[in-house]
Design a protein around this ligand. Structure first.
Ligand SMILES: Nc1ncnc2c1ncn2[C@@H]1O[C@H](COP(=O)(O)OP(=O)(O)OP(=O)(O)O)[C@@H](O)[C@H]1O
Ligand SMILES: [Mg+2]
Length: 395
């Protein structure tokens, strides 16, 4: 009995299976699936497989500093090179984080004919550190070291440099200058005044310029030229992408024109942002199993990214005064009167005029949602909204 019932069960199961397979094969869902073009089935790549299929040695869009791939900023570099050739003492490059200051400095260092150079990645913490920096720069070959003179304290530096340099011109690059203490800036001023053949090319965030005007105007007055970096043009953005790809062994045309246009409009040509978007396209291609870069890879562009672009554009279109106020507020929240005090009042008939003008600009910034305010007794204190703060970031 048991055997019988087993068999019957098996048979009925088989019949059921056959029937259901037919049913499934006939179902519209399966037909649709079979009719789908093959490319829709994602091929899963590992990143190294994806790169080697493109004959790229690795991801070209990391944030590494590659001065040899420097593009654009032609006007700024020509001016800087000219001023350095003319041996001006102090030049300043300012730009927001990621605008290309370090890359520009390193590019100039590698392309300056006839001058000796020294790149300092961050200002020394104490003036005494200059002693080590210059001893190291001018150290003699090891076998002569016991006999060669060394600087013992900061006061000896100017004399030592004059003797060592003679007619030779030395260009000292100091990056991240916004981090320098007042004492360091004062010593820089002394070195600039007392060493005949030295030039300093300083670079930092835009807030540095404002800091100088309030803390050390005597130094600010010595700066021959202030060069601003912000963003690349569309052609330069394309060039940046092309050069980066060629650097890792690719053709350079792997990003189609519509993708480049998209990247430019989203990044505003802001170099670090260009790299970040390119990287995102590549990662999406790898994750989605797409062998090529295409616009639809970033179909779901987030609101956050669009906003970021809007703000980059906004910053570029602002008047110097509007930007100055935003930069002041990036330091700390202030009342209109305090803002006016920190501005250069020479342009105004009186302090009252300055406050009025500050108030007008604040009204505009408030309307655009770039600043917000809080009332403390009778005064309003203004601060930046989080959106604009990311752009005014102080490293
Ligand atoms: N003109 C340019 N040409 C090619 N690449 C650039 C250019 N400017 C910047 N980049 C690239 O963009 C990235 C950011 O540049 P960089 O680090 O020089 O900016 P920064 O202004 O020094 O930023 P931070 O203030 O954060 O130090 C780097 O990877 C750099 O290689
Ligand atoms: Mg830098």
């Amino acid at each position: 009995m048991e055997e019988e019932s087993d068999k019957t069960d098996e048979k009925s199961t088989n019949i059921r299976n056959e029937k259901s397979l037919e049913e499934i094969n006939e179902s519209p869902a399966v037909r649709q699936e079979a009719e789908k073009p093959k490319k829709e089935v994602p091929i899963v790549f590992s990143s190294s497989e994806w790169f080697s299929a493109k004959r790229w040695s690795n991801n070209p869009f990391t944030f590494s500093i590659l001065p040899s791939l420097f593009v654009g900023y032609k006007e700024q570099t020509s001016r800087l090179m000219l001023f350095l050739e003319e041996k001006h003492k102090f030049l300043l490059v300012v730009g927001p984080t990621g605008s290309g200051k370090t890359t520009l400095l390193k590019w100039i260092q590698g392309n300056l004919p006839g001058s000796d150079t020294l790149y300092i990645g961050k200002p020394p913490e104490t003036p005494a550190d200059f002693v080590d920096i210059f001893n190291d720069k001018f150290k003699a070959p090891w076998f002569l070291r016991p006999f060669s003179p060394k600087i013992k304290n900061i006061y000896q530096v100017p004399d030592f440099l004059n003797k060592r340099l003679k007619k030779k011109h030395l260009v000292v690059f100091i990056d991240e200058i916004h981090e320098a203490d007042l004492e360091i800036l004062e010593w820089l001023r002394v070195l600039g005044d007392q060493v005949d053949n030295i030039s300093f090319l300083l670079s930092g965030l835009p807030s540095f310029d404002h800091d100088l005007s309030t803390k050390l105007e005597t130094f600010r007055k010595r700066i021959t030229a202030k060069i601003e970096l912000l963003s690349l043009t569309k052609e330069e953005t394309q060039q940046l992408i092309q050069r980066r790809i060629q650097h890792v062994g690719g053709q350079g045309n792997e990003f189609p024109q519509d993708v480049v246009d998209f990247i430019y409009s989203r990044s505003g040509g802001f170099p670090r942002e260009v790299l970040r978007l390119c990287d995102e396209f590549i990662n999406q291609a790898i994750l989605k199993g797409s062998p090529d870069i295409s616009l639809d890879l970033l179909g779901g562009v987030t609101e956050e990214k669009i906003e970021q672009q809007v703000y980059l554009d906004v910053l570029e279109k602002m008047t110097p005064m509007q930007r100055e106020i935003l930069e002041v507020l990036a330091q700390k929240p202030l009342s209109p009167g305090q803002i006016a005090n920190s501005l250069n009042l020479e342009k105004y008939k009186s302090r009252q005029h300055a406050v009025r003008s500050v108030n007008n600009i604040l009204k505009f910034l408030l309307k655009q949602d770039y600043v917000e305010r809080q009332q403390f007794e009778k005064t309003f204190v203004y601060s930046l909204t989080p959106k604009i703060k990311t752009l005014m970031v102080k490293a």
